[in-house]
Design a protein around this ligand. Structure first.
Ligand code: TXA
Ligand code: MG
Length: 312
């Protein structure tokens, strides 16, 4: 359990412009005071992140969000039903918005989320600052879902890593652009399009000049190559399974995302199992087919990017 003292010292660090890694219900974030340019620049530096990728700002509640950005009717509705939770809204910045322009990477919009994790909420309340936080990994690599993963990725580079155990959801938030008349999903995530469509009509995603890191071709990648839709597995490969496994798997490393074929369980296990199989030293991870429905859409999105040709 995290002590109140740890929350207080992490909050003090944030207020001083330092970076703090903290758990959310989706993945661990690398946080900094979103109103402090230097602090936000630190995030980009620590992650090695291309600077055209904007960041998500975490706030305690919708009233805090409204200090920085404008909500139309659809945004209000989605915030009402899904906050706190794994939904990020891309909103127009208010004219007097005090958030660093760096979090928007030059765009007139800002991505905001109210996390539903007691430690994230405690940190927001204690520090009193909005927290810019991408996933706490080196840019392009697998997102961390435990504090140990954060140590593997960024240990030595940051002074504070709050340990809140394993993340419940295990996949990043769903990013929805609500700046226009019709909301558009920019990145599939923990909340499915079916869930969102219960509350408002959704427009189709049209790729624009807006770079979303979730939209970069290669992302979420382990060291090993990935081979998707595997129905067989080679001796030199490791296997990331889903559901019942009928192919022979003696002598190879296997992780099963969900033996009972449950997509929620699979999402929660995805990044951890990719890391575990990567550590076996296998050159390639064969991945069984995941159904393209519900949370499977976000899981397949991450897998496709992890399998994409790597950037130099
Ligand atoms: O679950 C999550 O969302 C985690 C936890 C820590 O909250 N955070 C996360 O942040 O995944 P990050 O930086 O890895 O992903 C931010 C996503 C990217 O796809 C980015 O392009 C998009 O949000 N984004 C941020 N600001 C945007 C903006 N103004 N316009 C369009 N997309 C934006
Ligand atoms: Mg990320």
């Amino acid at each position: 359990m995290i002590s109140n003292n740890e929350i207080i010292s992490a909050s003090t660090a944030l207020q001083k412009g330092e970076c703090v890694a903290f758990p959310t219900e989706t993945v661990y974030g690398l946080g900094a005071d979103a109103t402090n340019d230097n602090a936000v620049a630190q995030i980009y530096a620590i992650k090695n992140r291309p600077d055209f990728n904007p960041l998500i700002v975490h706030v305690a509640n919708i009233d805090d969000a409204k200090k920085y950005a404008a909500f139309n009717a659809a945004a209000e509705k989605l915030a009402k039903y899904f906050w706190p939770g794994e939904l990020t809204l891309v909103l127009p910045r208010n004219e007097n918005c005090i958030l660093s322009l760096l979090v928007s990477a030059g765009l007139p919009t800002v991505a905001i989320r109210v996390p539903n994790h007691p430690l994230a909420q405690a940190l927001l309340k204690e520090s009193g600052v909005p927290i810019a936080a991408p996933s706490a990994n080196i840019s392009g690599r697998v997102s961390p879902t435990t504090a140990a993963h954060v140590h593997e990725e960024l240990g030595g580079k940051i002074a504070h890593i709050l340990d809140g155990g394993a993340c419940d959801v295990g996949l990043e938030s769903t990013v929805v652009d609500v700046t226009g008349d019709v909301p558009v999903i920019l990145r599939p995530g923990g909340i499915t399009k079916e869930q969102i469509a219960q509350y408002c009509a959704l427009g189709a995603y049209a790729p624009t000049a807006i770079a979303s890191p979730g939209m970069l071709e290669s992302h979420y990648a382990p060291n090993a190559a990935l081979r998707l839709d595997a129905t067989t597995v080679d001796q030199s490969e490791a296997l990331l399974a889903f559901g019942k496994v009928t192919m022979p798997t003696t002598h190879i490393h296997v992780r099963n995302l969900s033996e009972r074929g449950d997509l929620k369980e699979a999402a929660a296990n995805l990044f951890r199992m990719l890391r575990e199989l990567d550590k076996t030293g296998a050159k390639c991870i064969a991945v069984m087919t995941i159904p393209e429905e519900g949370l499977g859409v976000a899981i397949n999105d991450r897998l496709k990017r992890a399998a994409a040709p790597r950037q130099p």
